[in-house]
Design a protein around this ligand. Sequence first.
Ligand code: CMC
Length: 379
Amino acid sequence: TDSEVFKEGLAGVPAAKSRVSHVDGTDGILEYRGIRIEELAKSSSFIEVAYLLIWGKLPTQGELEEFEYEIRTHRRIKYHIRDMMKCFPETGHPMDALQTSAAALGLFYARRALDDPNYIRAAVVRLLAKIPTMVAAFHMIREGNDPIQPNDKLDYASNFLYMLTEKEPDPFAAKVFDVCLTLHAEHTMNASTFSARVTASTLTDPYAVIASAVGTLAGPLHGGANEEVLNMLEEIGSVENVRPYVEKCLANKQRIMGFGHRVYKVKDPRAIILQDLAEQLFAKMGHDEYYEIAVELEKVVEEYVGQKGIYPNVDFYSGLVYRKLDIPSDLFTPLFAIARVAGWLAHWKEQLSVNKIYRPTQIYIGDHNLSYVPMTERV
Ligand code: CMC
């Protein structure tokens, strides 16, 4: 019966056949197009990884240079979009600003020529190129400054950090940030990717696809967790407070942010890479007092709920890395979005290639045949 096949949150229910990425949650393995994340994080740039995800193979030197060139020359945003952002409240969350501006891009470019490879290529390039510019622009505008124009001399990661500060970043900091983007670029059928595929399946334009995915990523159970992790470390405040904090959370059935995953039942391989990056950053750019709190928290959470498969996920150490790069905590989720655009676009293309509109069913558990009560008789 329907009730027997129903799974809350569609847990364990396949929603698509995909070649984009693979997770083995028992052995802690993540592959993009069959290649282990550890290798990609070590040897490829984010743009190379985006190419791999979206076009299905690692680019040759020439293909990569062409893709980078196209992205570099499409980074600017229309003044209409900048002016629109100036009307946003400064106190608004940057994810809401990003969702709105991603949707607004569609006003300029939506042609819905989904069978034209040039349209697909241009949409891929524009979204990868312009999303970082829009995140940085809203940040500058809310501080009362004019947005900083993209710098054509800088690569993708360095240019984003530059647009936040108008200073060319330290090359090591930019490299670390680029690896963070690679680590967040794709992760199978998570909530925002599912949202992207559902939207894509209606054959709407790619800007609407990305805007719906951004809206889905914003929640605290998904991309919003990285920001919450830092707030939590701040609230805990000291290594001694870790144990009482964990005990209090578990007693109140509260989630400890940055832990647990629908698929991983071991430590997320991305958290292992991020922890290592955080340590390298601290060695080079100075220590962070929150790090000891984080390490103790990992130890105590494992002691209490490790047997349930609750271990650090990707969001646990990413906040510490971004904090060291002087990025404000409410930009952490937009950074996740900048990276995940690559995965969403790969799924958008894949969805178009096999498309059938998503139209699941439901189990109706409401009433039938109620008598209509006129307004004057309602209580
Ligand atoms: N802290 C404490 N207990 C937890 C946590 C946590 N973070 N996560 C899961 N559990 C417990 C949960 O209470 C349940 O226990 P019991 O079986 O005794 O009731 C058990 O583990 C299974 O939990 P679930 O709710 O069935 O697991 P789920 O697959 O529905 O949830 C999750 C996955 C990521 C939403 C959840 O682990 C969570 O809320 N984590 C905190 C938020 C977070 O860090 N999110 C980022 C996820 S990774 C990146 C991303 O997707 O954006």
